[in-house]
Design a protein around this ligand. Structure first.
Ligand SMILES: Cc1cc2nc3c(=O)[nH]c(=O)nc-3n(C[C@H](O)[C@H](O)[C@H](O)COP(=O)(O)O)c2cc1C
Ligand code: SF4
Length: 405
């Protein structure tokens, strides 16, 4: 389908991201779609889902996080890319979106401690044995041979993504998952070569890029990182800037700037109010609580759960800081909702590309609407229900309303 373009507007001009051709600068940020079967194989409906995004004009699609090896899964129904036998299923997805003229990048992840024994199929692992306040299970600290095994899992996953015809990969080093755990001094207390200095905390990512590069040759390798979180001794913008520099030195082809870890509460995914009723109904553990206890928990949630402000454009300042210091393309995500803001981000040079997650859930055709002048802002109300809903079923917009039982 022909994508409408306003040629006076850089946002809607073709652009290159790490050699990948995009028809515009608005990217669909990684969003877990929830279309993996029990083994992690992508279900056929996932191709239809991505085709809707491609038809809707997204400049590129970054897939939801696909896990790279046994024990790395973060959530039920998540896709995985740990077996060669899944390559034909992924190829169908890449072929569908390519036929519509849209590139697709696979996000690769390991959940680390942000998972449960039931989902991961084993005790969760982490750089250090520090309990996550949301996931509760005490993780086991990884040994060096296990870390090297994870490095190989990422490289093997990159090969599968390339063989399946994807246009590149994105390493998920944000939001408190394993690679982000290694980067954070709060979660990484190791005394060996994988902990301590930033150079050491970055080592696993450097090794992954090295091994991926050896395995896939020239193939775009991006990374998503946090500019900040609210943990004591956690990620801060100055540190993120150094991480971005290290990524560039290691041969990474582009960096997406985000924020927050699950323990932060509603930080990565910001909301105007804590969605207590959705948490009680859509989270398996809470839904099953007996009535009186559920009432107490419902009362307690807004007192203990945190939410952060501002709600819009909340990583732009940090992305701009990084953009000034690195030569690789910078993508910014987080609360970007208005075409005027997108134009400003691109024109000011705060980032090279913008990415959005929730706006594409409610309107997969948002970029078309922007480009044709049909709309100037997303209809997303930031309720956060879609985030809670992925525990149960494929991702969708609830628009602040609980599903009928
Ligand atoms: C339902 C849902 C699933 C998400 N899944 C992922 C994911 O798989 N990988 C990732 O890096 N971020 C994920 N995110 C975070 C988004 O990519 C994005 O960083 C965040 O939602 C802020 O952007 P937004 O305000 O445009 O939604 C998810 C967010 C939502 C709402
Ligand atoms: S459920 Fe819909 S309206 Fe609510 S945050 Fe998600 S996409 Fe936006």
């Amino acid at each position: 389908m022909q994508k409408e373009k306003n040629i006076a507007d850089r946002v809607f001009l073709p652009a290159k991201l790490a050699g990948i051709s995009l028809s515009n600068r608005i990217i669909r940020s990684a969003t877990n779609e929830g279309y993996g079967d029990d083994s992690g194989r992508p279900r056929p409906e996932l191709a239809d889902f991505h085709a809707r995004l491609a038809k809707g004009g997204a400049g590129a699609i970054i897939t939801g996080f696909s896990c790279v090896g046994e024990g790395s899964r973060g959530i039920n129904h998540q896709t995985m890319i740990h077996k060669d036998e899944f390559i034909p299923d992924y190829r169908k997805i890449a072929d569908r979106v390519h036929a519509l003229g849209t590139p697709i990048i696979m996000q690769l992840a390991h959940a680390g401690r942000q998972t449960s024994r039931a989902v991961a199929g084993a005790r969760p692992v982490a750089p250090s044995a520090i309990r996550d306040k949301v996931f509760i299970t005490l993780p086991r600290a990884l040994s060096t041979p296990e870390i090297e095994r994870i490095v190989s899992d990422f490289a093997a996953a990159a090969v599968r993504a390339k063989e399946a015809g994807f246009d590149g990969i994105q390493l998920h080093a944000a939001h408190g998952y394993l690679l982000s755990q290694f980067l954070s001094p709060y979660m990484n207390r190791r005394k060996d070569e994988w902990g301590g200095s930033l150079e050491n905390r970055f080592r696993i990512i450097r090794r992954i890029i090295e091994e991926c590069r050896k395995a896939v040759g020239y193939f775009p390798i991006l990374a998503k990182i946090n500019a900040s979180d609210t943990r004591k001794n956690g990620m801060r913008p100055g540190m993120a800037l150094e991480v971005a520099r290290l990524l560039e030195q290691a041969g990474c082809d582009g960096v997406e700037v985000s924020c927050g870890v699950v323990e932060d509460g509603f930080n990565t995914v910001r909301v105007p109010r804590i969605p207590t009723e959705a948490m009680l109904e859509m989270t398996d553990e809470l839904r099953k609580l007996p009535g009186p206890l559920k009432k107490v928990v419902g009362w307690a949630i807004p007192h203990f759960a945190a939410r952060l402000e501002p709600l819009e454009n909340f990583n732009v300042e940090d992305a701009a800081l990084i953009k000034k210091k690195v030569g690789i393309p910078v993508i910014v995500v987080g609360g970007i909702r208005r075409l005027a803001d997108i134009r400003k981000i691109i024109e000011d040079g705060s980032a090279d590309f913008v990415a959005m997650a929730r706006p594409f859930i409610i309107e997969p055709d948002l970029v078309m609407k922007f480009a044709s002048g049909k709309s100037v802002e997303s209809r997303c109300i930031n309720c956060g229900y879609c985030l809670l809903g992925i525990n149960r079923s494929p991702v969708r917009c609830y628009y602040g309303k609980l599903p009928k039982r």
